[in-house]
Design a protein around this ligand. Structure first.
Ligand SMILES: [Zn+2]
Length: 600
């Protein structure tokens, strides 16, 4: 857990205009900056960044958030990574409660990763320059239909023949960073002596692999003739984890947004070839099966993921692994589909033979996850015998158990029940599915809290806009919130507590970031504040003090009205009457000293 105080400090330290400006071209327009929204396709700018609120908001698609939120949405980083990235940019170090790494060791790690990044960048530049002088490699890429423009977009290069070509690139070919980053291999004799170092990639077309920030973290190399292995990747390094990275994601980000889906292919040649053929929304796993992390990363970019697999046996195996990686993350607002190409084709060859329209059609008609799952569990068993049907259920059990309760899971359960002559409830009971969906139908839906209105809403609006104002609210003020009713009062008290915890430095950006992590109850309000002109904190402060006073008055008046029918003795009534009127007097005198502003 990163402490909230750190997040607040961080949001105070970074400037969202800089952060967004790294990715979106911004122009000053009035108090705000404007640009083309990176989250939806538009021709005239409706995306605004407010330096005072430290918040972005799009009037076109409603996207909004803080600098942290922007990085998460834009680059697909997780929360912690986004915080780390921003911290680094302003020289802050993220405190980690369970971090047992001593500072010196961490500094050493940072130095190591910088040296590796540096080496990879130099190698990348070198390979690109080499490509221009390698007619055979250029002919090969042209033969695959690639233009120079696409080759440049993906930073393609060429590793020449020769065992130590990189020696000419680095002052110190024996540097540790070269072997740590996987650029070279150290071979030693069996007795450990006679170390010999040589380049890992030789005579290969080079595909730089970038992380979500665009930094080169490794390479893939492909032979141009019949050499072996056909594809060679960098080894796993501290920078490069195959189970986490997707080739082409950095380059495809905008295209994925424009297309509304991402196409996941099996290799980097597929990605580059598809970009050339009009499908720039493609990415690829890096010679590994699709992992949970891959799926998570993809679903952060888009709601629709379409896997494309070659029609061979290996393709089918890969599809099954992808299905298993997807199931825990399936939800009803996400779409996952599987596209199986004819036996002898990969996407590149398919588009060449049948054309882009035919391929688009295939994508359109890809098999939904539910259908693929049912097909997977039924293909090898006979549905017309009890044993066969039991076997199908047996195979389906772990798959369904890995899914969270959802409408889609219920649909699959229904389909399976149909195929195996059972009922959905029987399947759910037999599979011990958590929170069976088919039988909880009658349970009362969890009631959300009533929507805030009027005075309550206005108080919330001010507290979220200017959290520091919460420090003006004493216990009596918070007790007065009960006047709005149990749940609404509770909500206001929680909000005050969160706002007060941010202290005098509390800002809209910090509080909204925190609210977003706790619930979506405030999304509407946050969006509204983000899209309206900034209110004046001093006026808001005066307003809220007088509003609270007004609530206290209302509470007293209500009590006074009911005093005579309250069942108290006449003596008690008159004693209480005097107390109430005295408090009313006090409040009125207080009010006379303040000037209430815009309070109706
Ligand atoms: Zn937008």
């Amino acid at each position: 857990m990163i402490p909230q105080s750190f997040i607040t400090d961080l949001l105070n330290r970074v400037d969202i205009v800089d952060v967004v400006g790294r990715y979106v071209q911004l122009k000053k327009g009035g108090a705000n900056y404007m640009g083309l929204c990176p989250f939806h396709n538009e021709k005239s700018p409706s995306f605004t960044v407010s330096p005072t609120k430290q918040f972005y908001h799009c009037f076109g698609c409603g996207a909004h958030g803080t600098a942290i939120g922007f990085l998460i949405e834009y680059s697909g980083m997780g929360f912690v990574d986004a915080v780390k990235d921003l911290s680094q940019s302003v020289g802050m170090i993220v405190p980690e409660a369970d971090d047992k790494i001593p500072p010196q060791q961490r500094a050493a790690q940072q130095a190591q990763s910088m040296a590796m990044t540096d080496a990879l960048n130099q190698a990348c530049d070198y390979y690109r320059a080499q490509l221009r002088q390698a007619p055979a490699a250029i002919a090969y890429l042209k033969g695959r239909g690639l233009t120079g423009e696409v080759a440049a977009r993906f930073g393609l290069g060429y590793a020449p023949s020769g065992w130590d070509s990189l020696r000419s690139v680095f002052n110190d070919y024996d540097a540790l960073a070269l072997v740590e980053s996987g650029l070279v291999i150290d071979r030693v004799d069996e007795d450990g002596g006679n170390k010999k170092r040589y380049d890992r990639f030789r005579e290969r077309v080079m595909f730089p692999i970038r992380n979500s920030k665009g930094q080169v973290i490794g390479f893939g190399g492909r032979v141009m003739d019949g050499g072996e292995p056909k594809y060679l990747n960098s080894p796993e390094t501290p920078l490069f984890n195959k189970g986490q990275e997707l080739y082409g994601l950095f380059e495809a980000r905008q295209a994925i947004r424009d297309a509304g889906y991402v196409l996941v292919t099996e290799g980097y040649m597929d990605v580059v070839a598809l970009a050339q053929l009009g499908f720039p929304q493609a990415v690829a796993t890096l010679g590994t099966a699709c992992t949970n992390t891959h799926v998570q990363k993809l679903l952060r970019q888009t709601d629709t993921v379409i896997f494309s697999f070659d029609g061979d046996k290996a393709g089918r195996r890969a599809a099954r692994r992808a299905l298993e990686a997807c199931l825990p993350q399936v939800s009803d607002n996400k779409t996952i589909k599987f596209l199986f190409l004819p036996q002898e084709h990969d996407p590149d060859s398919y588009v060449r033979e049948f054309g882009a329209d035919a391929f688009a059609q295939e994508i359109n008609e890809a098999m939904p996850l539910s259908q693929f799952l049912l097909r997977e569990v039924t293909t090898e068993h006979e549905l017309d015998t009890p044993e066969g049907r039991a076997r199908v259920q047996f195979d389906a059990k772990p798959l369904l158990q890995s899914m969270a309760p959802s409408a889609l899971r219920l649909q699959i359960v229904r389909g399976l029940a149909n195929l195996t002559e059972s009922t959905p409830a029987e399947i759910e009971a037999l599979f011990e599915l958590s929170k069976p969906v088919s039988v909880v139908r009658k349970a009362p839906p969890r009631q959300g809290r009533p929507e805030p209105v009027g005075l309550e809403l206005q108080i919330m609006r001010i507290l979220v806009s200017h959290p520091a104002i919460s420090l003006e609210l004493d216990d009596a003020a918070q007790r007065a919130f009960d006047h709005f009713g149990g749940e609404a009062g509770e909500r206001l008290r929680q909000l005050v507590e969160m706002a007060q915890a941010l202290g005098a430095n509390g800002t809209f950006a910090a509080l909204s970031q925190q609210l977003k992590e706790t619930s979506n109850e405030y999304d509407g309000l946050i969006s509204e504040i983000a899209s309206s002109p900034e209110s004046d904190i001093d006026q808001d402060r005066i307003w809220i003090v007088s509003a609270v006073r007004q609530i206290k008055m209302d509470v007293l008046k209500q009590e006074l009205n009911q005093l005579f029918s309250s069942g108290l003795t006449p003596d008690q009534v008159s004693a209480r009457y005097r107390e109430i009127t005295a408090q009313q007097d006090l409040l009125m005198r207080e009010a006379a000293n303040d000037i209430p502003v815009k309070f109706a």
